[in-house]
Design a protein around this ligand. Structure first.
Ligand code: HSE
Length: 300
């Protein structure tokens, strides 16, 4: 059989929920084409759209490595798999690029094997891909890429992934300033010790954001989109960050912050028109700073 699968970009952290919150958007995303063959083993046949950045070595590529891991788990190392990866989204953008590829691959192999695992059961295999990509198997991109919508990673050990409701009509306004911020580096720069006072602020906001999603309360969601632990350090790497925040809030955003480990930023908005207005004004600012950018507006 042959199958072609799309998996979406994701916004991890959602400002206050470092490593525990994320949501999926409709686009951009990546596509994987997968074919079963008679020769046991997983091979990457072709990658398009990556400008030669991604490894073709099956042990190093997150897609093939996680598919291999899956086949090992379901005891089907006799299976031969050929993979074509079509990158349709920027790498190192903070939009869960590696996660989109990995998830598309896992979804494809699971379908070809007759849905041996549930989508939720695919999450740990996708986390292996993240570990390969950035040194740590965080789930806040892969879980929403697999399950859609907003997702909470309540616990890593044991893994406990919860789908959250998404208020109707909510839009994400995403801008990707084309500067390089590798997730690995962006993780290393964060302090690993925090003050209790800051922790209190942070968990108050996480609980507030989750409550806001359940209550359809945009105002509560907005008040909760604050990050005292990670954003102050990481935002330094993002050109025009504070000005982009001002632009977002002045144009009616619910809240604003870094997408994943950056450099992309995102705002939540109550309708598509507001989201488009925000990205347009932010791109104008980046243009003035001589920085190329891409924008994506998507319902959440
Ligand atoms: N939670 C991860 C981080 C997401 O912030 O490093 C990376 O996209």
């Amino acid at each position: 059989g042959v199958i072609r699968v799309f998996a979406p970009a994701t916004v991890a952290n959602v400002v206050c929920g470092f490593d525990v919150l994320g949501f999926a958007v409709n686009e951009p995303g990546d596509e994987v084409e997968m074919r079963l063959t008679d020769t046991p083993g997983v091979v990457i046949k072709r990658i398009t759209g990556d400008n030669g950045k991604l490894p073709l070595d099956a042990a190093k590529n997150t897609v093939s490595a996680s598919v291999q891991h899956y086949l090992h788990h379901v005891n089907r190392l006799d299976v031969g798999v050929e993979i074509e990866l079509h990158k349709k989204m920027p790498i190192g953008s903070g939009l869960g690029s590696s996660s989109a590829s990995t998830v598309a691959g896992l979804f494809a192999i699971n379908k070809l094997m007759g849905d041996l695992l549930t989508p939720k059961e695919l999450v740990p295999f996708a986390m292996k891909g993240e570990e390969l990509a950035c040194g740590y198997g965080h789930a806040d991109n892969v879980a929403p890429a697999i399950l859609g919508g907003f997702v909470l990673v309540r616990s890593y050990e044991p893994l406990d992934v919860i789908s959250l409701p998404t208020p109707a009509g909510m839009y994400a306004a995403i801008v990707y300033p084309e500067v390089d911020v590798p997730t690995k580096d962006a993780r290393q720069m964060i302090r690993s010790k925090v003050f209790l006072k800051d922790a209190v602020t942070q968990w108050g906001n996480v609980a507030g954001l989750v409550s806001g999603l359940f209550m359809n309360d945009f105002d509560l969601i907005g008040r909760s989109m604050k990050d005292v632990l990670v954003e102050p350090t990481r935002s330094i790497l993002i050109p025009g960050f504070e000005d982009m925040r001002t632009i977002a809030m002045e144009n009616g955003a619910i809240g604003f912050g870094i997408s994943g480990s950056g450099p992309s930023v995102f705002a939540l908005a109550k309708d598509e028109e507001t989201a488009k207005r925000i990205t347009k004004a932010q791109q104008q600012l980046l243009h003035k700073l001589n920085i190329n950018s891409k924008a994506y507006v998507s319902s959440v």
